[in-house]
Design a protein around this ligand. Structure first.
Ligand code: AMP
Length: 219
């Protein structure tokens, strides 16, 4: 089961991805989480990655592909994966196809979560994240608040606001998204792999509902 999650930051790729990961027993691989963990190390590579994250711009394709390829070759990936945040450009999409072809497999479905920029900004400024690398649970002060304010329900860590979850950086991240990923949506549409879910306050689509639809796709 090889699933790719597309969509701008804040559309819920991580939340849906984690849910599907539990349900299908395959890893949820978030490129953003991989980069955040690199950025917390010491040295030139860490500083370089942190500067891209904090400015809301993309890590260059060459470095991104190298790090993701390493992850895709790890033993827990053999039964499939849910890729969240990668690919983000057509060049990354083409590299992903090459990597998977070398492994004799291919993408089954590309789930594209679609939400307006204004609703995204509203969601992201209310997002709180568990910083524990083993947990990384995601909350929203409006839709999914923690039971105890500021504390992760799952592991008890103190929740944080991600350094790039402020309005200025979010606007830059959305600009970057529109410049690069829309072409990628077309790329997957042409391959008949795209499954778009329209999200907005009126559509009442829930995280659970999306996960349910994807599950029925595989039945
Ligand atoms: P995310 O958690 O997916 O919103 O990603 C946070 C940041 O990590 C992005 O703003 C980029 O700086 C970097 N990043 C994540 N995924 C990619 C990717 N596929 N290509 C380039 N940069 C990425």
């Amino acid at each position: 089961m090889e699933i790719v999650m597309l969509g701008a930051p804040g559309t819920g790729k991580g939340t849906v991805g984690k849910l599907l990961s539990k349900e299908f027993g395959i890893p949820h691989v978030s490129s953003g989480e991989i980069f955040r963990s690199y950025s917390q190390r010491h040295g030139e590579l860490a500083d370089e990655i942190a500067s891209y994250i904090n400015s809301g711009t993309l890590v260059p394709d060459e470095l991104t592909i190298k790090l993701i390829k390493k992850r895709l070759n790890e033993p827990d990936m053999v039964n499939g994966f849910i890729l969240d945040g990668f690919p983000r450009t057509v060049a990354q999409g083409e590299s992903l196809n090459e990597i998977l072809a070398e492994q004799d497999r291919e993408i089954n479905i590309v789930v594209n979560l679609d939400l307006s920029d204004e609703e995204i900004i509203d969601r992201i400024v209310k997002r709180r994240t568990c910083p524990n690398p083993e947990c990384r649970e995601i909350y929203n002060l409006e839709f999914k608040p923690p039971k105890v304010e500021g504390i992760c329900d799952v592991c008890g860590s103190r929740l944080i606001v991600r350094s790039d979850d402020n309005e200025e950086t979010v606007r830059q991240r959305l600009k970057t998204y529109h410049e690069t990923s829309e072409e990628l949506v077309e790329y997957y549409k042409k391959q008949a792999l795209l499954y778009t879910v329209k999200l907005n306050k009126e559509s009442n689509v829930t995280t659970m509902g999306i996960a349910e639809e994807i599950r029925s796709y595989f039945e």
